[in-house]
Write a new protein. Structure first.
Length: 544
């Protein structure tokens, strides 16, 4: 395959970006806080914070970490909270101290939390009060010496009710107290370079314990520049209004919604609990966003809510999708209501995350994840390590300035994760078309083999979701005496739909080859999902 054959499709997109445009993410975001000082940076619970206020509060938090807790450059600080105003304040305070933020899912089980805190070597944790019972279960078995607790109103002008801090945790410090103390302390400047670690971003741990992707300041500066280069119309300085409903502790929202949009002075509306659909819709109505970013399941849920049609969508310029495959039927429902299709991209925690994105000149749903980002090289490799041709499916292997240096203290995993010539093995199967657009066919391990033919669940699900009465679905392979494996489809019906197994199968027969058609259809009330909204096929297998 021709080297980087997608570059010929770039048009006005530069083939390369400057990954060293900023010395660090800290420098990039500090410049934004000065430039956009008077603009609103965040909206949360009906209250706003300006860039100048975020600057002041995060400087105070940095001073507290340095002077009271002895946090120094390179120390790992865990942050475990939903999308609250305290999140960006804490993050900026941590990185201004030159420390490394360890992003922790606030819904983790005690076992998962203990592993991550110990693996990362954290001594300090900034934790949502509602997650303190989980921390209390395991804190004694970790190296944590300082616990800073966060409530929903912290960082905002008016206090808000907060869950109680678990009584088993001794000597915790409220975030508000840390900010107040830090405001009276002096902050020591720290020299930070692009090579310094910014985040330990733990992967989902679908196989065994999760691993921490080591992401540097340069990785994230590069990815921000790559995103801006591909979608300049969606990152206009000082003009964008973005809604952040996907969790900030996840790399997708962290890089796109927070770092990229903060760097251009956007107004960011934080949604702490997108499962409360009525309140979520009220935020969308008030924000009238220019940019909306989500995963397929989030978009799907919103299109089912009658209130979405009452939103003024006239300012929406970009609806971005990632984290999992965007289904065409979902994009069509979204476009029918908002006037804008879902522009899909592809990435992973290990790639900061954006690898590819549908650029600005694409004006309809493409069914692909777009073109590889500038300064990015991709090889699609077969099981023998050979590169497949255009139209062939192979494992997506990525090289670029946004790719992690490796997993934290995991030499064996790192050896397996990279090819001999330094390409990161994603574990995803993809194929290129002639123009260089990348289509994700599926996770390598999710592929179903029916009578020797490869069946990719994404293909089956895309057809089945378009069946009238199907709200969402997912499929897995189940053992079959005749064909080795058969396709089993789990379907959630739309409210009021009286859909039958025969109707779903008949619909699938009209849209796909016989061996791909589900053999079994099972109706369920809900599909198991990760906190980001990815459907967890591995859990479906357990009751397949």
């Amino acid at each position: 395959m021709a080297a980087r054959h997608w570059v010929k499709s770039y048009g006005s997109i530069p083939a390369e970006i400057d990954a060293d445009r900023w010395t660090s993410v800290t420098a990039m975001l500090e410049e934004a806080m000065t430039r956009y000082a008077d603009r609103v940076a965040f909206q949360a619970f009906g209250q706003s914070l300006s860039y100048a206020q975020v600057d002041q509060l995060s400087a105070a938090f940095c001073a507290y970490l340095q002077n009271r807790l002895g946090v120094a450059k390179g120390d790992r600080v865990a942050v475990m909270m939903p999308n609250l105003a305290a999140f960006p304040i804490a993050l900026l305070g941590i990185i201004r101290a030159g420390a490394v933020q360890v992003n922790v899912n606030p819904l983790y089980t005690p076992r998962e939390l203990q592993h991550q805190l110990n693996d990362a070597g954290c001594k300090v944790i900034v934790v949502f009060a509602g997650s303190t019972p989980t921390l209390a279960e395991v804190v004694g078995a970790t190296g944590i010496t300082s616990v800073i607790t966060v409530g929903p109103g912290d960082g905002l002008a008016r206090p808000l009710p907060s869950p109680a801090v678990d009584a088993r945790l001794a000597a915790t410090v409220p975030f508000a107290q840390a900010l107040a103390e830090g405001a009276a302390l002096s902050r020591r400047p720290v020299t930070i370079t692009g090579a310094d670690t910014l985040f330990l971003q733990y992967t989902g741990g679908t196989t065994g314990l999760s691993k921490g992707a080591v992401l540097s300041h340069r990785n994230l500066v590069a990815n921000t520049e790559q995103y801006k280069a591909m979608m300049p119309e969606g990152v206009r300085p000082g003009q964008e209004v973005v809604i952040t409903a996907i969790p900030l502790y996840h790399i997708f929202a962290l890089m796109v919604n927070f770092i990229s949009y903060f760097s251009v002075g956007a107004e960011n509306w934080l949604v702490a609990n997108p499962r409360d659909m009525d309140a979520f819709i009220a935020v969308i109505k008030a924000a009238r966003p220019t940019v909306f970013v989500g995963v397929n399941t989030l978009y799907n849920g919103l299109t089912m809510h009658p209130g979405l049609k009452e939103v003024d969508w006239s300012r929406l310029r970009l609806a971005g999708g990632g984290g999992a495959a965007v289904v065409q039927a979902t994009s069509e429902r979204w476009k029918a209501i908002t006037g804008t299709f879902i522009r899909e991209g592809y990435g992973l925690s290990e790639t900061s995350p954006v690898v590819s994105f549908n650029p600005a000149f694409i004006n309809e749903f493409s069914g692909t994840t777009g073109l590889p980002a500038p300064s990015t090289d991709i090889q699609l490799l077969d099981d023998d390590g050979g590169e497949v041709g255009i139209g062939g499916a192979g494992e997506i292997c990525v090289k670029g300035p946004q790719v992690m240096s490796g997993y934290w203290q995991q030499p064996e995993a790192n050896e397996a994760a990279f090819t001999a010539d330094g390409y990161f093995r994603t574990g995803d199967m993809g194929q290129f078309d002639e123009r260089g657009f990348l289509k994700i066919v599926d996770r390598k391990k999710d592929m179903i083999i029916v009578s020797g033919f490869n069946v990719y669940p994404n293909d089956v699900e895309a057809v089945a979701t378009a069946c009238p009465g199907v709200a969402e679905c997912a499929c897995v392979g189940v053992p079959d005496e005749k064909t080795g494996e058969a396709v089993k489809l789990f379907v959630v019906r739309m409210a009021g739909a009286a859909l039958t197994e025969a109707e779903v199968i008949a619909h699938c027969r009209t849209g796909m080859t016989a061996y791909k058609v589900p053999r079994i259809v099972r109706f369920v009330d809900a599909l198991p999902k990760s906190v980001v909204g990815k459907i967890l096929r591995r859990e479906l297998r357990s009751f397949a």
